[in-house]
Ligand binder design. Structure first.
Ligand code: BMA
Length: 248
């Protein structure tokens, strides 16, 4: 894969799917900058840029720093929080917070990054299967993930002439800090690992994903082998959405 000497910026790259992607891209020789509110817990060789994606100035500054010496080739947007509630029980503040971090930040990141992709480029937004089908009580989260999917198509159409491809990945349940904090919330007496296993059981493959498995798909979509793929959404969900709840 032609990843040598590519310049990549990953929003939300300090943990979870973003961190797995940072490691995968670095292993293939790319230069990687991580923009995140949190510092990565392990050292990686990536450039770390503190950034709150709710703030337009910080997002622009992150792009500026990642592209000081060279154009940007790849952008990954992998920030996410999950709040629980229906439309009625979700507060306006919670809704705005989820939109700001999960979706509006992607708009800000792409708005700043696309002009820096002077040689063309590729963008991957990390959405969720919950953009297509959802659990109870995730109104704000599902709406934010649906926004990412629609934004993916809009940007793919608008920036194809600049040779910029834009795709979305839609993971099922992945073993990340975000999902672990959800599991903790719902685990009760069963304990966190048991809850994760139960959530995994809902997927036909019988387990939750490792973040690396999602990073592999992102890496593919960024690379040359995906050169004719744009405006697309790829599920990596262990078969979750292929299955009806009806059992024999
Ligand atoms: C993800 C998260 C997980 C959930 C999974 C499948 O985006 O919302 O908490 O388990 O979707 O619904």
């Amino acid at each position: 894969m032609d990843l040598q000497s590519k310049n990549a910026l990953i929003f939300g790259g300090a943990s979870g799917i973003g961190w797995a992607t940072a490691k995968a891209l670095m292993a293939l020789g790319a230069e990687v900058a991580i923009a995140d509110v949190r510092t990565p817990s392990e050292s990686s060789g990536a450039q770390y840029i503190p950034c709150d994606v709710r703030d337009e100035v910080q997002v622009s500054e992150a792009v500026r720093r990642a592209t000081e010496s060279r154009p940007l080739d790849w952008l990954v947007y992998s920030t996410g929080i999950q709040q629980y509630g229906s439309v009625v029980s979700t507060t306006v503040e919670e809704y705005d917070l989820v939109q700001a971090i999960n979706a509006r930040g992607a708009f800000l990141a792409c708005r700043a990054a696309i002009p820096a992709m002077r040689n063309g480029g590729a963008i991957v937004l990390v959405s969720s299967v919950q953009a297509l089908a959802c659990q109870e009580g995730v109104a704000a989260y599902a709406a934010s993930k649906g926004t990412l999917e629609a934004l993916t198509r809009a940007m793919a159409v608008d920036h194809a002439k600049e040779n910029i491809r834009v795709n979305a990945v839609l993971p099922g349940t992945v073993d990340t800090p975000m999902v672990r904090s959800s599991a903790e919330r719902f685990s009760g007496v069963d304990g966190l690992e048991q809850t994760l296993q139960q959530w995994g059981d809902d997927h036909p493959l019988g387990r939750v994903a490792h973040a690396d498995e999602i990073a592999n798909l992102i890496t593919f979509l960024l690379g040359e082998k995906a050169s004719f793929i744009t405006g697309a959404s790829y599920r990596a969900d262990g078969g979750l959405l292929a299955q009806l709840a009806v059992r024999l």
